[in-house]
Design a protein around this ligand. Structure first.
Ligand code: FES
Length: 197
């Protein structure tokens, strides 16, 4: 499905409950530390941080995970579902270890985003929205990532913007992730590469 998990509410599916979910002891500690930054009666303000922890722990957000988050931060499950359904960075179905989201809005479209998506999909043998058989990569399309002057842009795992991308260069990004992992990107939040016409 284009644009994350479906940018319009009508496109969204209620995620299945999935297997039982509980935060690991390490993530309980991390969430409690985050909650200490809020007044005790406002623990629910940590909902986005809690959902990021869910995603880090099991890759995507399930119905049981949303219920667990609601229990832990003290709010109705419907409020957690509202957050999950509003923000496109939360995945409600299994995705690859690396989610490659190609901006398809005007500036990126004019600068060849469609060819970038095609190159990614061709190299990985998937269609937009699909995940590779080895579970490593998911390719999706996204709306404006706010770096329009450096189009086209690929975002990796909601965290790393790769700007001025060209179809001929996408294999480098994939192989970097495959061999060195996302840590290899952590020092270059914005990667400025000369666009090759
Ligand atoms: S149009 Fe692609 S980043 Fe804005």
């Amino acid at each position: 499905m284009p644009y994350g998990e479906g940018w319009h509410r009508s496109q969204r599916r209620v995620p299945p409950d999935g297997p039982p979910f509980a935060f690991t002891p390490a993530n309980v500690a991390r969430l409690e530390e985050i909650c200490r930054h809020y007044p005790p009666e406002q623990r629910k303000s940590a909902v986005i941080a809690a959902l990021y922890l869910v995603q880090e722990q099991q890759g995507h957000i399930t119905g049981n995970a949303m219920k667990h988050v609601a229990d832990v931060i003290g709010c109705p499950p419907a409020q957690v579902e509202d957050v999950v359904s509003y923000y496109v960075m939360f995945f409600t179905r299994p995705v690859g270890r690396y989610v490659l989201q190609v901006c398809r809005t005007l500036s990126c479209a004019l600068r060849g985003a469609e060819r970038v998506t095609e190159a990614l999909c061709q190299h990985l043998q998937v269609r937009p929205g699909e995940t590779t058989a080895d579970g490593m990569f998911t390719v999706t399309e996204f709306e404006c990532l706010g770096a329009c002057d450096r189009a086209p842009v690929i975002m990796v795992n909601n965290d790393h913007w790769h700007e001025c991308q060209a179809p001929e260069r996408v294999t480098e990004l994939i192989e970097l992730l495959r061999t060195e992992g996302v840590e290899a990107l952590s020092g270059c939040h914005l990667v400025r590469e000369k666009h090759e016409e």
